[in-house]
Design a protein around this ligand. Sequence first.
Ligand code: HPA
Length: 244
Amino acid sequence: MTIGIIAGSGFDRLDELEVLHETHGTTPWGRASAPVQQGRLHGQPVLFLSRHGVGHALAPHEINYRGNVAALRDAGASALLAVYTVGGITAGVLEPGTLVVPHQIVDYTWGREHTYSQPGDVLHVDFSDPFDGPLREALVTAAREEGGAGAPPVVDGGVYGASQGPRLETAAEIDRMERDGCDVVGMTGMPEVSLARELGMRIAGICLVVNPAAGRGVISMDEIRETAAAGRVRILATLARAVP
Ligand code: HPA
């Protein structure tokens, strides 16, 4: 199984990746956000794609999710590990730096190209369980092993609410998401996860909480940047350790 890593804010460039080969990322669905890099992360063979493109050029609603997932598949990935930065909604995932490995998704996005279905070839995939069990377990175990004493917690399971962005949510929108059962909120989980399912690729994600969601605490853009930077090393080590 070849693992593709797809990561967003804070991971535009992976200087830690020893790059062996690059494909241009052109697909029948248009160009991916960036070239797909094939290389070694802490010695583990992986493919890597920057979700927002180099220099964080693309807003969440501008990303060509179909191109990104297809480019990783075409480069040889059969399974994906995805990294998301998120806001924490529920008690237990509010502390910045917390890592959440979600087991479910609620999709609030709109207007994104969200399916490979074509006229005459309509794909009705089972999406009851959007994330792959064994890959989730590998991420939880690896993240716990990489966290030293005093490290922010790793939460096994949670519901990821995918919001449209690029603005953050209102407090009332977060209240609604909480009533819907969401634990964390991010802008890029969908349609990435369902597109992977349409292509028959296994996927699991790891969420880095970088702020309390709206109405759940003080949101500081500086703290978001600092938390993202601080979580980076642990996440990269976790991903490498989780490669089956
Ligand atoms: N909302 C949506 N996406 C996010 C947030 C948030 O509070 N923090 C990081 N990504």
